[in-house]
Design a binder for this molecule. Structure first.
Ligand code: PLP
Length: 421
């Protein structure tokens, strides 16, 4: 459920007509709904109610500082994977003590800045990283709280590019080696073990892989405690999927996920951290685009829109489906036409949908790509010298540009011509 609904024949973003925003900021543009962000965050709060927990929003899914402030002010912690994301979370007013630092390639400079600025924990992914963190912490006279990310070798049954918990994936340490890696952690100065971390992938549509992973983590908790390690936190990662197509089988709900979490790890007396990204941000955003041309090919009708794969790469990169809806509600019983919806970029991969049934659309019509909050604006590039598109945040009747569209001069003037040319 989101807050992009038709009212009086118009697609609304909460209480603002999408056409009004498009007229004001131009297209393409991303629009985010505050109410939808908060609602999905609250679903996780409710799912874990009564447990000691922290819901850490995965910043990489949607990292605009205004969005982070909405969630941070509501009580969310943050899961970051780079010092850039850490700086964004801090700029949004989130305390370091509510930020967990994930990722397989943290540099010493990143570790230093996070330790100096305050950090809840580092989720360490390898022994070399652990050695480096120990040295950095000692050099600063600090103690780094850590968990070790274990790879439980379960099949998340998701797209190969976003599976992270199988033994051939690059993430974490094999769970079979956890005892020796925790022993190393205990022997190194400047580190304090606080728990275990796991994250098996993204867009999971079944609870079973989570359950298998969490059961292994629960078992490991007992083993590590018996060896004298303090395991007081379990970071269970993110990954719960969302329905991208409205008529699809819906993935499990956060409340069902929460019940499973309690069953598997609730008896351990640990603080539970989760790191949802997509489920909070995904359906909180749309990408609005204008039809430039309707082109009749030999076999197909092409709807050429002003958004492209540089703005929303998920269809090209993950074969992802996004529902596409006209901003003006089609009349009941309006005849559908199958369109290939494509952008202007000079690659055939710049295709959002093939043979997609839509009402007949003319140049100038606006369409919205739904479920475009997560892994959308954050993955945008300027390929084909198309400036990054603006982001707009709506709350009730108000909206604001939270990242403006750069001018062409701003884009071009970042390049410099050496004086010897
Ligand atoms: C990407 C990522 C997440 C968020 O995944 P979602 O599928 O967006 O919920 C959480 N934790 C880690 C470590 C990640 O890499």
């Amino acid at each position: 459920m989101d807050h992009f609904l038709y009212r009086n024949g118009q697609l609304m973003a909460e209480d603002v007509p999408v056409t009004e925003i498009a007229a004001s900021v131009g297209t393409p543009c991303y629009i985010y709904s505050t109410a939808t962000l908060l609602r999905h965050f609250q679903l996780f709060e409710e799912a874990l109610q009564g447990t000691d927990h922290l819901v850490c929003f995965a910043v990489k899914s949607l990292s605009n500082v205004a969005v982070l402030k909405v969630l941070g002010d509501a009580g969310a912690g943050m899961d970051v994977v780079s010092i850039g994301e850490y700086k964004r979370a801090r700029a949004a007013g989130v305390a370091g003590e509510r930020i967990v630092f994930s990722g397989i390639g943290k540099t010493r400079a990143e570790m230093r800045e996070a330790l100096e600025g305050g950090i809840r924990q580092f989720n360490v992914e390898s022994e070399p990283e652990m050695q480096a963190l120990s040295e950095v912490a000692v050099s600063l006279g600090k103690v780094a709280p850590i968990t070790v990310r274990v790879n439980p070798d379960v099949d998340a049954k998701t797209h190969a590019k976003i599976s992270t918990g199988k033994k051939e994936d690059k993430f974490g340490i094999p769970i079979s080696r956890a005892r020796e890696v925790y022993a190393l952690a205990a022997s190194l100065p400047g580190l304090k073990v606080v728990g275990i971390d796991v994250h098996i992938g993204s867009q999971l549509t079944d609870l079973e892989p989570f359950r298998q992973a969490y059961r292994k983590v629960a078992e490991l908790t007992g083993v590590l405690r018996a060896e004298g390690h303090e395991i007081s936190r379990l970071d269970l990662g993110g990954g719960l999927g969302i329905p991208y197509a409205r008529d699809n089988n819906a993935p499990p709900l956060p409340i069902e996920y929460g019940a499973m979490v309690r069953e598997e790890v609730g008896h351990l007396g640990c603080e539970i951290e989760i790191e949802p990204g997509r489920l909070i941000s995904g359906n909180s955003g749309i990408l609005v685009s204008e039809v430039i041309y309707v082109k009749s090919g030999e076999e197909r009708e092409f709807l050429i829109v002003d958004a492209a794969m540089n703005d929303l790469v998920r269809p090209a990169m993950y074969d992802a489906w996004h529902d596409i809806v006209p901003v003006v509600e089609p009349a009941a019983g309006a005849e559908a036409q199958a369109y290939d919806v494509v952008g202007p970029i000079c690659e055939s991969g710049d295709t959002f949908a093939k043979a997609r049934p839509l009402p007949q659309l003319a140049p100038g019509a606006l369409v919205a790509f739904r479920s475009a909050g997560a892994y959308a604006a954050v993955m945008a590039s300027e390929y084909n010298s198309r400036p990054l598109v603006p982001e707009v945040l709506v709350q009730g009747h108000q909206f604001a540009v939270i990242r403006r569209r750069p001018t062409f001069d701003e884009m071009i003037n970042r390049d410099t011509i050496p004086e010897w040319l």
